[in-house]
Design a protein around this ligand. Structure first.
Ligand SMILES: *Cc1c(COP(=O)(O)O)cnc(C)c1O
Length: 364
């Protein structure tokens, strides 16, 4: 039996007629950049998760850039973040000339450790970029308490965590702002690039809205130097269709994760821990094993696709060599990178495929 790591065609084929009709409408009404499709998507996205407003953008990286500007980060400032993430999480810090300060992660959830944040605070610290990695919410109460005590701006990178909750609140609404990616492989994926920005502060939303379109409060007026971070109208139309199915897809991801968690019995494996404070949306089902590469080879021979997410922590990447982090300086994140392997996790997996993945892992 073959179990691909991911096959988006299985999600897209049943939606084909609905998506094509929506694209046809967009083609005909010709509002291609933002416009009514993006407005509709933003409203539906806000309603689905309880955000006051949502700003659709052209990627998940752009709202992280906007977040750094809204947080007032700049040269000489330090912003604390996790190295165990996709690169974009720290790009926003670097784009504005601030310095990312990488700290370690919790050994069970692999999200940034509040204790490690507390130890890294200096007079230069301006903010924190939290990443809800693999869809698992980070420990926001502890993080917000530190932020309050030191007047820090907290960005939640929710690229992998659309719909995840922390103590009943959707991620992105707890910190000062939240950012999303609709890259095709994310839980809610566009057919191309997309992203979004949310904030509980109306003034931050207003600033982000200006920055999204050339700093323009109205046509050909420019209050500040802005960007072209507009969401594409076709992507808004597609996302509006796909959003209607997200709750059912998330439920299926949770059911698959539950099967993995009860079925996987391989000695030495560390499964993801589900904390009592929140609900994951299982963007990835990632586990750790000391013989990760040999395990991957075995799974490949069993027809099971896997990925290593992420093989190199950000503090050890060439682009940040000048920051001078030595090997071994952030041990939990480095151990996770050395041992992690992600199993197939997408809503269209059949129960037979899930059973095959479990049997294949257990037979290693
Ligand atoms: C995907 C992702 C992003 C960036 O999104 P793009 O849409 O590719 O720009 C940022 N942070 C994390 C954690 C991601 O997984």
């Amino acid at each position: 039996m073959k179990v691909p790591f991911l096959d988006l065609r299985l999600q897209h084929q049943p939606l084909r007629a609905e998506v094509m009709a929506a694209l046809g409408d967009t083609y005909d009404h010709t509002r291609f950049c933002l416009g009514q499709d993006v407005d509709d998507f933003e409203r539906a996205f806000s309603a689905a998760f309880g955000y006051a407003r949502t700003l659709g953008m052209n990627s998940g990286t752009s709202p992280l850039h906007v977040a750094s500007i809204c947080g007032g980060f700049g040269p000489g400032d330090e912003v604390i973040t996790t190295p165990f993430t996709f690169a974009s999480s720290c790009w926003g810090i670097s784009y504005v000339g601030a310095t990312p300060v990488f700290v370690d992660i919790d050994p069970d959830t692999w999200c940034i450790s509040p204790e490690a944040i507390a130890k890294a605070i200096t007079p230069k610290t301006k903010g924190i970029v939290v990443v809800h990695i693999f869809g698992q919410p980070a420990r926001m109460d502890e993080i917000m308490a530190i932020a309050k005590a030191h007047k820090l701006f907290v960005v939640e990178d929710c690229a992998q965590a659309v719909g995840a909750t922390y103590k009943g609140t959707a991620v992105g609404a707890i910190g000062d702002c939240g950012t999303f990616s609709f890259y095709p492989t994310k839980n809610l994926g566009a057919c191309g690039e997309g992203g979004a920005f949310v904030s509980k502060h109306p003034a931050v939303m207003d600033r982000a809205q200006l920055l999204r379109v050339h700093g323009s409060p109205r046509r050909y007026a420019h209050a500040e130097v802005g960007f072209n971070f507009r969401m594409d109208g076709f992507q808004g139309a597609i996302l509006r269709v796909k959003l209607k199915h997200l709750a059912e897809w998330t439920a299926r991801r949770r059911a698959i994760a539950a099967k993995y968690r009860t079925g996987l019995k391989l000695a030495g494996v560390q499964l993801p821990v589900v904390p009592s404070y929140g609900e994951s949306v299982w963007h990835q089902f990632t586990m750790l094993h000391p013989q990760r590469d040999a395990l991957r080879g075995h799974l490949d021979r069993c027809g099971v696709g896997t990925e290593i997410i992420y093989p190199g922590p950000m503090h050890r990447q060439e682009c940040y060599a000048a920051l001078g982090y030595a090997a071994g300086s952030i041990p939990v994140a480095e151990a996770a990178s050395a041992r992690c392997v992600s199993l197939p996790m997408f809503p269209e997996l059949t129960d037979e495929q899930v059973a095959h993945v479990i049997a294949s892992v257990n037979s290693f």
